[in-house]
Write a protein that binds this ligand. Structure first.
Ligand SMILES: Cc1ncc(COP(=O)(O)O)c(C=O)c1O
Length: 420
């Protein structure tokens, strides 16, 4: 928020004299603070709650149309023909795989640097994840994608734009076209982001988004699937749990398309709640502003972190029009026990850093080696890269002074570790 002053706490039990304690300050801002919802979202939610119509469909009379309107507004925002609301990003991925005709036992290509809901969605579809290497800039390795696609015979690529890092989509789409791969994009970290002039989610047959609290717009839980294909859209609506009320979807395919599918598609009860849609609509209208704020903070942190010895934020390509809600960097010159200590010390001072080199899954973070329900696979390049990969959230409320304080804390704790 413009004009907000930096907030720091002196370490517990210390005098509050800022100068004397300058190198031991803690950051007061919680880096996982999602921020409050816009007041119009709160007002609309209260009005909706007064009607009790929190389920999206009406049975005999009408209903409050938030889910339908949110879908229409989202489709308009990204330029897709259809958008279907779901109750999580993970559901969107699962249904995305189902509408791409992934059958039990099928191989699905997926980038190995990822988070648990993604292999989870593949497993949910009873498919087999074939992991693809990533590069030092956290993006899928295209030569490895080509090789694994040929070796596995997979027909589908589930591409996560992990932590907002967008691969060269010209190259990815060319490989998909050449090898006949259906592309399902996981845009949980790229709402509002583009490769060149095209929104992520618009390169594949299906794009999947999340509106879980730590994403770009927040309804606690929620997901969206976009597509231009009328069969995929009708199937996704039926899978989501529309019963025979699918006509209440605003931008739905024609009746004839539902006629084809309505007796064949099971109802998975993964609908978007009307209440979730209601709070998302005002946030979607703020997306351009949010993107601008996040990227301003990202550039500030990137400059400051790159000035710290042993820290490197990989450069982004000009065509990658990301919307950062987190920042990733490599840490060099510390061994794994030192990295663990350094992160613990930074976290103690309010700078919560996640590390993808941990031998154990922790919090939201896990590695491909931890997903033991998958066939065991070895990705030496990804393993090497993740050993040095760190990750930090960027709350929208961060100030420039706090960005400076974060870099100071990271630097001073690194120096302390090296002195010990
Ligand atoms: C990369 C990625 N994909 C998909 C999801 C799934 O989103 P959700 O939490 O809404 O199921 C997440 C969630 O954090 C994620 O990080």
């Amino acid at each position: 928020m413009p004009g907000k002053a930096a907030r720091f706490h002196p370490p517990a039990g210390e005098p509050s004299d800022r100068k004397a304690n300058d190198d031991r300050r803690t950051l007061a801002t919680d880096l996982s603070d999602p921020g409050g919802l816009p007041s119009s979202a709160i007002d609309d939610a209260v009005a909706l709650m007064k009607t009790g119509r929190l389920h999206r469909y009406g049975e005999y009379g009408g209903t409050e149309p938030h889910a339908r309107l949110f879908e229409q507004e989202f489709a308009e925002y990204v330029g897709s023909r259809y958008a279907i609301g779901l109750n999580s990003g993970g559901c969107a991925l699962f249904i995305g795989l189902k509408v791409a005709d992934v059958a039990p036992g099928d191989a699905v290509l997926v980038n190995a640097f990822n988070l648990a809901p993604v292999p989870g969605a593949i497993h949910h579809a009873s498919a087999k994840a074939v992991l693809v290497e990533v590069d030092g800039d956290f993006r899928i390795n295209v030569p490895d994608l080509r090789e694994k696609a040929k070796a596995s015979g997979a027909r589908v690529l589930l591409l996560t734009h992990m932590r907002g890092h967008i691969a060269d989509m010209d190259q990815v789409v060319a490989v998909c076209d050449e090898l006949g791969l259906t592309l399902v994009e996981d845009c949980a970290h790229t709402m509002g982001a583009k490769w060149k002039a095209v929104f992520t989610g618009r390169f594949g047959a299906v794009g999947c988004f999340s509106t879980q609290t730590f994403k770009h717009i927040n309804s606690g839980e929620g997901g969206i699937l976009i597509t231009d294909d009328e069969d995929m859209a009708a199937k996704a609506i039926l899978y989501s749990g529309s019963y025979m009320l699918y006509r209440q979807h605003g931008n739905a395919p024609d009746e004839a398309v539902f006629e084809k599918w309505k007796r064949k598609i099971p109802n998975f009860s993964m609908r978007l709640s009307n209440l979730a849609a209601c709070v998302l609509r005002p946030q979607l209208r703020e997306m351009a502003w949010r993107a601008e704020q996040w990227n301003r903070l990202y550039r500030e942190l990137e400059n400051r972190l790159n000035a710290v010895e042993g820290i490197a934020v990989p450069p982004r390509e000009a065509d990658e029009r990301f919307v950062a809600s987190s920042i990733q960097f490599h840490v060099y010159g510390l061994n794994p026990p030192q990295i663990r200590d350094w992160i613990a010390r930074c976290t103690d001072r309010g700078v919560a850093i996640k590390w993808f080199g941990r031998s154990e899954p922790m919090g939201y973070t896990s590695l491909y080696q931890h997903w033991q329900y998958l066939e065991s696979q070895d990705l030496p390049e990804t393993t090497r890269i993740l050993q040095t990969t760190c990750d930090m959230r960027i709350p929208l409320s961060l100030t420039r002074q706090e960005c400076a304080a974060i870099a100071d804390i990271i630097q001073s704790e690194r120096s302390r570790i090296l002195l010990n």
